[in-house]
Design a protein around this ligand. Structure first.
Ligand SMILES: Cc1cc2nc3c(=O)[nH]c(=O)nc-3n(C[C@H](O)[C@H](O)[C@H](O)COP(=O)(O)OP(=O)(O)OC[C@H]3O[C@@H](n4cnc5c(N)ncnc54)[C@H](O)[C@@H]3O)c2cc1C
Length: 402
């Protein structure tokens, strides 16, 4: 049986392992951290298309059980003026978007991987790989160990080592000038009805929040800031994040400062990066997926869903095409246009999050009119993507899935 080495036990790695098993390919997952990635304090949304990808491999139920709905977004100006609302999912027959803590998502995916008899080795930091003369691949780890397989999948996220192993000149992530700060307020004075996200266009920060079924308010703030190293981010205390966020929200009249004040601890921050395009996705028997291949800024809330789609489509390609090279080519053909379009879309959203005074006036005048007319479903190309597991990949053209 073909055996894959999967580098990275994040969202894409775990999903790929399950999808490969369903496709008849064995795998082992190698994860650098003892439990999961380093930014586990945050939360994220899994969109309808991400849940559809999980459903294709029968892995959606544990995610549904540990998340809550995200059906609608309300927009509010920093002045407190209501700008309108837009639904973000819930079409008939489609699993609606969900909100989940990153740590919970990693846990349920890892539990599901283990339940299916797939091994995850923790504390294995991948450092490099070579292809042997027998067309096998050997992966090396920082603890001195190695592993051999028939192919290697780089699902090691935005700072991917695999990306550099596949192509030494691979692009590095581009900083987008924003830090995402995030926290959980147990006794927030401002809450939302179930399934609602309230997005506040503050004058100096973009703020979003939603209230979990237990009454806790989950919030994030996108704040403009100079680039900070991962060590600097990790060394920043919850209190320092609170102070920076409060400073930028002060003066807005949408209740956001009070939410941050109601957060006693555990406020974390991470920098917003993307990679516009990675020219080389595969070489020999190694391939990239998820953020390792195409990281988008967090603004569109779609990176996790894309990593899920990638894992399922890659497994279909390996199932249906006669050899690894053809499978990787088909995978890239099916995925590149879609994921790079997301990167562009999400970067534009990041750039528009905090406009100047004129941009604010135009937005506050136009947005309510646009939303009153009935929202154009401009994200249908993202959310209505559907994967039919049993469809033979070789029969699909790129145009059919764009
Ligand atoms: C603040 C923030 C908010 C976000 N919000 C959303 C959202 O709401 N919705 C959404 O869809 N997406 C969101 N995203 C994006 C989303 O988190 C990513 O797109 C998604 O996690 C990508 O999955 P992945 O498996 O490719 O990478 P990851 O989930 O990052 O997993 C990569 C894994 O590889 C491991 N790894 C790294 N290097 C090595 C190595 N050398 N050896 C072994 N293992 C290694 C890491 O520890 C990690 O576990 C957000 C991102 C951020 C930063």
């Amino acid at each position: 049986m073909t055996h894959a080495l999967i580098i990275g036990g994040g969202i894409g790695g775990a999903v790929t392992a399950m999808a490969l098993k369903k496709a008849g390919v064995a795998s082992t997952v190698y994860e650098a951290y003892p439990t999961g990635a380093d930014d586990v304090g945050a939360f994220l949304s899994i969109m309808s298309n991400g849940l559809d990808g999980l459903r294709a491999i029968d892995a959606h139920q544990p995610v549904l059980d540990n998340s809550f709905p995200a059906n609608c977004v309300e927009f509010v100006a920093g002045s407190g003026k209501q700008l309108g609302a837009v639904p973000i999912g819930g079409q008939a027959g489609v699993l609606g978007p969900r909100t989940i803590k990153r740590a919970a998502l990693y846990r349920v995916l890892h539990d599901e991987v283990a339940r299916r008899g797939i091994e995850i080795e923790h504390g294995k930091r991948f450092t490099g790989a070579v292809t042997t003369s027998r067309d096998r691949v050997v992966a090396y780890f920082s603890d001195g160990s190695r592993a051999e397989g028939d192919l290697l999948v780089g699902a090691d996220g935005i700072y991917s080592t695999t990306r550099r192993v596949i192509a030494a000149a691979a692009p590095v992530p581009r900083y987008l000038g924003m830090t995402t700060v995030c926290g959980y307020a147990a006794n927030s004075p401002a809450t939302t009805p179930p399934g609602i996200y309230r997005m506040v266009y503050g004058r100096r920060a973009f703020f979003g929040y939603t209230t979990a079924p237990d009454g806790e308010t989950w919030w994030f703030a996108s704040i403009p800031s100079p680039e900070r190293s991962r060590d600097e981010l990790a060394a920043t205390t919850s209190e320092q994040w609170r102070q920076r966020t409060v400073d930028l929200l002060t003066g807005d009249k949408a209740g956001t400062v009070d939410i941050v004040h109601a957060t006693s601890q555990g406020i974390v921050g991470s920098s917003a990066y993307d990679i516009a395009s990675t020219p080389v996705w595969h070489a020999g028997n190694m391939v990239l997926l998820g953020d390792a291949a195409h990281a988008a800024s967090p603004s569109a809330g779609h990176g996790a869903s894309m990593a899920i789609e990638d894992g399922v489509v890659l497994a279909q390609c390996l199932r249906d095409l006669p050899n690894t090279e053809q499978a990787f080519q088909k995978f890239e053909q099916l995925r590149r246009e879609r994921v790079e379009r997301l990167v562009v879309t999400s970067a534009k959203m990041t750039g528009r999050a905090i406009p100047g005074p004129v941009g604010r006036m135009i937005r506050d005048a136009l947005l309510p009119m646009m939303l009153r007319k009935g929202p154009r479903n401009t994200s249908a190309w993202l959310t209505e993507y559907h994967i039919e597991w049993d469809t033979q990949v070789g029969l699909i053209g790129a145009a059919d899935v764009a």
